[in-house]
Design a protein around this ligand. Structure first.
Ligand SMILES: Nc1ncnc2c1ncn2[C@@H]1O[C@H](COP(=O)(O)OP(=O)(O)OP(=O)(O)O)[C@@H](O)[C@H]1O
Ligand SMILES: [Cu+]
Ligand SMILES: [Mg+2]
Length: 798
């Protein structure tokens, strides 16, 4: 019993859970455990020789409970190419207690999920440092931005010196030209010692980073781009040095100098890296744009006085004053005043929304004309805007499945390339130009350099970053790269009716009451007051506009998909569908014509029965969203089958469907069956996107290949979905699909460009047709062209 750990357990509901877990754990050989239900954890002592922590977690999982893991983002410094990120990722994933580690070269960060009982952040950082890189917990954004800027400035300074030193060498290269260029060639430039003087600082001071990187990489038994660069440039440098030394005491010796090869190569790679860094900075602009929406200050009323405080200091329940033209600082509720608020930046709704006491407000939206006082309900990282930023950041840091291809290729690339370079050298040295060490070496160097797979590591993540950012700017939030990838395969789309196709704000259109009108109306409104259904809200609203008295309700129950049951003043009240009525034996045959008439008009007709006798018919109608028809037409023209799924009756559903052009209607679906219909389409081989807003849509959203939540819908739906469309404009759905298609196309182009340089370049270089510095330029610009191509996504029209 030499180890002790505390495991946080999720999913325990009662003492029988905890005792069961305790019992099972204690049965394991070498384990002594006590499970604490209140703390939701287990203290475990275990024998290290017999048991691994993972065994304990697996046991808990097997029992159907979860082990809570910690998730964290780290900034990782010092990665130069995909081989570095792949390597770190591999090592981190092997750590005990690591659930998953995702290292992203483009964002220079790692997302780790780990079991804090076994592993600490410090241990993870130490492991990364041990590999020769550095890492720290993601800190203040400003600090990071500042650091980035300093890094870029340092890069610029070094590059400037590097160019100054390399230019004379580049010029001297003209001396190598096989033809007479006619340009003057000063003697000094051809002097080996002068060349050595220029090349040495470039090789070791400016190019030192490649040696450091190569050393770290080799120490970990892997090879990255630094290895290739260090190998290639050193070969050129030291060969030239040896040649220069031969002139000592032998003034007639004509040395073969290749100093320019190493110096110009290093300079060009640095040029590429600088451009790459600048371009990479632009891939995260979407985040900075979102951040800039945030208000900086808020005017709060404390002890009766108005004071301006920084936004970070605003607390929940603070009373805030918002003057015309100001930003609403945090999420909250209006206390007093009246004004129109522009919410376009968050909801996409272009028309300002009228606000008065009791209405909710979203931080970062703009107050137009009146002065409002509000109370803060959500501040800091809990606000809607902070939530949006978090989703976008997480998505940008996540991986798309297609990247696995790139990771695999870059993992094996470097050793293969080194082998090809050696073979190239041997073939040239022994067969093609026997004994000509210099040109054989140069050819081999060119092969090494052209083959560097640095662009490959950038191909996917930069596209994903720009794509998710572009989505966010348009009000489409992808939760991760995998969803951005999966969306392009969609060929069937299932739309929920209420709140998705329609506005979700129904109102009463017809009311027909048989018998004691005042009583029935009272019963109807009173019973619906207990229901949270949108239909109920419409009826309650109707009631309050007619000043209907509300009676106390006993024994209320909602029957999902059917209606409600209640007892009022001792009388049994039923409100809802035909099914509800016939199940309880209420006869309604004589009202059938009336019901059908309302339904064909697209209205939802409900009956109210008191003491098993129908006493009235209420019809409620919801308006279809203005853009729904256009959106559905667009989806159809993309070759996607569009379905409407609703709990409402067939006739109403069809009437609404024909208004918006949906041909496939699945009606009278019970809330718990929605997911089954999605499953059925999937079994038919369709890739299904489900669009919904309600709690009852959540299982279907989760099951669908892509769940799309309407941003104005419930949190449960948004939580379950993979994509959220802010504001709920359906036209964003075809846009999301086309963004996904274009991003995937962009990634394929990137992968092509990243590999084309290498695959076309290697044979050309091996034939001796590519000077090493040209290969260097090609490498530098393959990275640049990939990042630039990704940035093109910013400008596409959706
Ligand atoms: N509170 C209620 N009062 C009266 N009738 C109700 C109530 N709740 C549900 N119903 C009846 O049950 C039917 C099905 O309800 P359900 O919530 O499954 O679907 P819906 O909201 O009509 O449509 P959608 O599935 O598109 O959201 C409603 O059309 C209505 O006739
Ligand atoms: Cu490279
Ligand atoms: Mg509904």
């Amino acid at each position: 019993m030499n180890e002790q750990l505390t495991v946080d357990i999720t999913g325990m509901t009662c003492a029988s859970c905890s005792t069961r877990i305790e019992k099972v754990l204690n049965k394991m050989d070498g384990v002594e455990a006590t499970v604490n239900l209140a703390m939701e954890n287990a203290s475990v002592q275990y024998d290290k020789e017999k048991i691994k922590p993972d065994d304990i977690f697996n046991k808990i999982n097997d029992l159907g409970y979860g082990v809570r893991n910690e998730k964290m983002d780290l900034d990782v410094f010092g990665m130069t190419c995909a081989a570095c990120s792949t390597r770190i990722e591999k090592v981190l994933n092997k750590m005990d207690g690591m659930v998953s580690a995702n290292v992203n070269l483009a964002t220079e960060s790692a997302s780790v999920e780990f079991n804090s009982a076994v592993l600490s952040v410090d241990q993870i950082i130490a492991r990364i440092q041990n590999l020769g890189y550095d890492a720290k917990e993601k800190g203040q954004r400003e600090a990071k931005a500042q650091q980035k800027e300093e890094e870029i400035n340092a890069k610029k300074r070094k590059l400037f010196i590097s160019i100054l030193l390399s230019l004379p060498l580049l010029y001297s290269m003209i001396g190598h030209a096989p033809w007479d260029t006619g340009l003057p060639m000063p003697h000094l430039l051809m002097n080996p010692w002068f060349q050595l003087l220029m090349a040495t600082p470039v090789q070791f001071w400016i190019g030192g980073q490649f040696y450091v990187g190569a050393y770290k990489s080799l120490k970990n038994k892997s090879a990255n781009m630094d290895v290739l660069v260090a190998l290639g440039t050193s070969a050129a440098y030291f060969y030239s040095l040896a040649e220069a030394l031969k002139t000592v005491g032998n003034p007639d010796y004509m040395p073969h100098l290749y100093f320019e090869t190493s110096a110009v190569l290093i300079t060009l790679i640095l040029v590429g890296k600088l451009f790459e860094a600048l371009a990479k900075g632009r891939t995260t602009e979407a985040i900075s744009k979102l951040l800039s929406l945030q208000a900086k200050e808020a005017t709060v009323i404390r002890d009766g006085a108005e004071i301006k405080i920084p936004i970070e200091d605003v607390k929940v329940n603070d009373t805030i004053l918002v003057k015309p033209g100001e930003k609403i600082p945090v999420d909250g509720k209006v206390l007093s005043g009246q004004s129109a608020v522009d919410e376009a930046m968050i909801t996409g709704e272009s028309i300002p929304v009228e606000k008065s006491a009791g209405d909710s407000m979203i931080g970062a939206t703009i107050n137009k004309n009146g002065t409002l006082t509000m109370t803060a309900t959500k501040v800091g990282k809990d606000t809607a805007l902070a939530g949006i930023i978090k989703v976008v950041e997480d998505a940008q840091g996540s991986k798309a499945p297609i990247q696995r291809v790139a990771d695999q290729i870059s993992g094996i690339f470097v050793p293969i390339v080194v082998a090809i370079a050696i073979v190239t050298f041997l073939v040239w040295y022994f067969l093609i130009t026997p004994g000509d060490f210099a040109s054989s070496l140069e050819t081999a160097i060119a092969v090494l350099v052209i083959a560097c797979p640095c662009a490959l590591g950038l191909a996917t993540p930069t596209s994903i970053m720009v794509g998710t950012g572009k989505g966010a700017e348009n009000g489409i939030l992808f939760k991760g790269g995998e969803h951005l990838e999966a969306t392009h395969k969609i060929n069937a789309i299932v739309l929920d009716k209420t709140g998705t196709i329609t506005k979700g704000k129904p109102s009463v259109t017809d009311m027909e009451i048989f018998g004691d009108e005042a009583k029935v109306l009272k019963y109807l409104v009173s019973a619906e007051k207990s229901s949270e259904h949108p239909l109920a809200e419409a009826i309650v609203e109707y009631g309050s506009s007619k000043n209907v008295e509300v009676l106390p309700v006993d024994e209320f129950s909602a029957i999902p998909g059917h209606g409600i049951k209640a007892v009022i003043q001792g009388e049994k009240v039923l409100i809802g569908t035909r099914k509800l009525m016939s199940q309880t034996g209420v006869v309604f045959d004589r009202y059938e014509d009336q019901l059908e008439k309302l339904e064909t008009e697209g209205k939802t007709a409900m009956m109210i029965a008191i003491e098993n006798k129908v006493n009235g018919i209420v019809a409620v109608a919801d308006t279809v969203k203005e853009t729904a028809k256009t959106a559905i037409e667009e989806l159809k023209s993309m070759g996607i089958e569009v379905y409407m799924l609703t709990g409402d009756n067939k006739r109403t559903a069809r009437a609404i469907a024909s208004q918006v052009g949906v041909d496939n209607v699945i009606a009278e679906v019970l809330p718990e069956e929605k997911a089954n219909h999605v499953k059925e389409l999937q079994i038919k081989g369709m890739k299904v996107a489900m669009v919904g807003d309600g709690i009852n849509d959540a299982p279907a959203l989760a099951l669908a290949d892509i769940g799309i939540a309407i941003g104005t819908g419930t949190d449960v739906a948004i939580e379950a979905a993979d994509v959220t469309i802010l504001g709920g404009e359906l036209t964003l759905i075809p846009k999301a699909i086309s963004l996904s298609k274009k991003t995937m196309q962009n990634i394929r182009q990137n992968l092509f460009w990243a590999l084309a340089y290498n695959s076309a370049g290697i044979p050309i270089a091996a034939m001796g047709l590519l000077a090493p510095w040209v290969a260097g330029a090609a490498m530098a610009f393959s990275s640049l062209s990939v990042v630039t191509n990704s940035l093109r996504l910013k400008r596409i029209k959706l």
